[in-house]
Design a protein around this ligand. Structure first.
Ligand code: BMA
Length: 327
């Protein structure tokens, strides 16, 4: 079963001549008091390729209500954050937590470097940091809580579960360095871990999913935080193939032992088809990172071709039933 694209896609495009003038993509999403807040990755130049986070507010019909003129979250150079990328927001115990990627040596993607004749990408080991987000008097503020992923594991795509698992905080993460000899996967996969606190460190790692189908053979990574349903945790994830095409898939994970996969979509639930997904700074990319449930509808927010923000939706119960039948 496929997600249905929003008719007004893309819902956000680059604008101005500053920090968000070339790319606005891969948004986190959170639903607060009838409004949907997106925190999107924004870039304004290719040379340093620093990402910041922008903030846009939509109503429940996805009409844009407000878009901040300034970034809401910027790298803290004293913490060796040169670029902050690909946020996810999880409501947990009445608070909001954001996981985000820190890149020590930001660098444009291959297609842009080739176009601009730039030198090869420096070796970068990315890490995931955590922040608590507060929304008060229509303003977002952030308190940094520090790095949560294991040293040297080269991370992206890390999301907290919105509930404790077995009484412990828990996350899904994607350690790109944990492949090959000594690891249960040859290609980057989605792993489960507990956290010993917030802030805290990960422990008790278990592989949840590795690439299975040809459309996800290069790597897989979690998208938005898992959505709790009575059939299991619904995980929307991305899969990359040998030609670096990014598609979205879905899986259901056991509620108590989320490292156990109950169902998994054999086919993509969204793939690059529209021009804004096929043509951009990285062609052929749909990259889901945010999801909100409004009534029976699950709305998924994703980046298109590393340039724009988009939305697509599905009837949640029908989708879960279909996933159970199809796998
Ligand atoms: C990933 C991340 C994402 C990006 C995707 C496609 O590694 O950098 O932010 O959308 O590649 O380029």
């Amino acid at each position: 079963m496929k997600l249905r694209r929003h008719k007004e896609n893309p819902i956000l495009k680059p604008r101005g001549d500053d920090w968000e003038s070339i790319e606005v993509y891969n948004p986190a999403a959170i639903h607060i008091d009838g409004k949907i807040h997106l925190l999107y990755r924004a870039t304004g130049e290719y040379v340093k390729y620093i990402s910041r986070l922008g903030h846009a507010i939509f109503d429940e019909n996805l009409n844009l209500v407000e878009r901040s003129d300034t970034p809401c979250f910027t790298p803290d150079l004293e913490l060796w954050e040169m670029s902050v990328e690909d946020a996810r927001i999880t409501p947990l115990e009445g608070r909001l937590y954001m996981t985000y990627v820190i890149t020590p040596t930001p660098c444009p993607p291959y297609s842009v470097r080739r176009r601009l004749g730039m030198p090869p990408r420096p070796q970068a080991r990315t890490r995931i940091s955590l922040a608590e987000v507060t929304y008060e008097s229509e303003r977002l503020s952030f308190q940094r809580l520090g790095i949560i992923t294991p040293y040297g594991s080269n991370q992206r795509d890390t999301v907290l579960f919105p509930d404790k698992i077995g009484g412990q905080y828990a996350a899904l993460h994607r350690p790109s360095a944990w492949i090959g000899d000594g690891y249960p996967t040859e290609r980057p996969g989605i792993w489960f871990a507990y956290l010993d606190g917030l802030p805290g460190r990960m422990y008790g790692h278990r592989l949840v999913m590795k690439p299975e189908q040809s459309w996800e053979s290069w790597k897989v990574g979690a998208g938005p935080p898992p959505v709790k349903t009575d059939k299991g945790w619904l995980l929307i994830y991305h899969g990359v193939d040998e030609n670096r095409v990014y598609r979205a898939g879905a899986a259901l994970l056991d509620l108590e032992e989320p490292w156990k996969v109950i169902a998994r979509s054999p086919h993509p639930i969204l793939e690059p088809e529209e021009e804004y997904e096929r043509i951009g700074d990285v062609p052929n990319v749909v990259f889901p990172e945010g999801a909100v449930t409004i009534g029976d509808e699950l709305i998924v927010f994703y980046g298109g071709a590393d340039v724009v923000c988009c939305a697509a939706s599905v009837h949640l119960d029908e989708f879960v039933e279909h996933l159970l039948r199809a796998s």
